[in-house]
Design a protein around this ligand. Sequence first.
Ligand SMILES: [Zn+2]
Ligand SMILES: [Zn+2]
Length: 275
Amino acid sequence: MIPMAMTLTHLGTGSRGNATLLETEHAKVLIDQGFSGAQLEKRLGRLNIHPTEIDFMFISHHHGDHGGGAAVAQKRWNIKVQANHRTAEELGLIPELTHYFESLDMIHVSQDLAVLPVPVPHSGADNVAFIASHNGKRAAIITDLGSWTDELVTHVRGCEHIAIEANYDHNRLMNGPYPYSLKDRISGRGGHLSNDQTGQFLAQVCTPATKSISLTHLSLKNNQPHLAESTVLYHIDEVFTGDISISLQEGPEYSHYIGKSEDLEPTNTLTPTKQ
Ligand SMILES: [Zn+2]
Ligand SMILES: [Zn+2]
């Protein structure tokens, strides 16, 4: 880890499980825990971290791919969870190990990490995006939303790193194998963002301060990394000159450094290995 920087590492994203590690000098937190206990242990192990080192798990919403592994992690390792009431209730979290947050209340994890939950529309769930702040630099982690609000735009604008879902390619979804009702649900206001919508959102929030973007939660059936990347770049070509990367289901992937000094070279902490 680079001192004074915040590290963001996707342990894996997609409909079969999501978890993202945020690490500062004084804190380690997970954003979502949609993996089994064994998978979480294995994925963190590749970064030489044991689950008991995690200070908090922040859960965005109760769907299994985001919160399905939270209660297991509480039981097995006594990890404390941060969630809103609806999410905690749906997941059957252990009250003694759960801190209940309200949207837009800043949560101070340590002297060098604070996390702000911002509500996002997602059908049948009380979903939030998270904005992590570290020494004045911010990273956004946004997933599972069918549309966005002005409030979300305000909070994400100017973040140094933005991790956001690019769930499906519109044509692939519409011409693909899913029944009409499911296509309707995915593409509706409460579903997921298409590559095009993600590009439109990013065009509103990218500023010269935005140094990197990771696209997450790609549908295996209805998307392809090259489609997601090219569609998003088409929308942000004129406002964004940083790095763009794709997070897939099998992580952990390389780390993003937020708030690092300009004179430090980016380095990989990890040599990817086959599962
Ligand atoms: Zn999801
Ligand atoms: Zn969801």
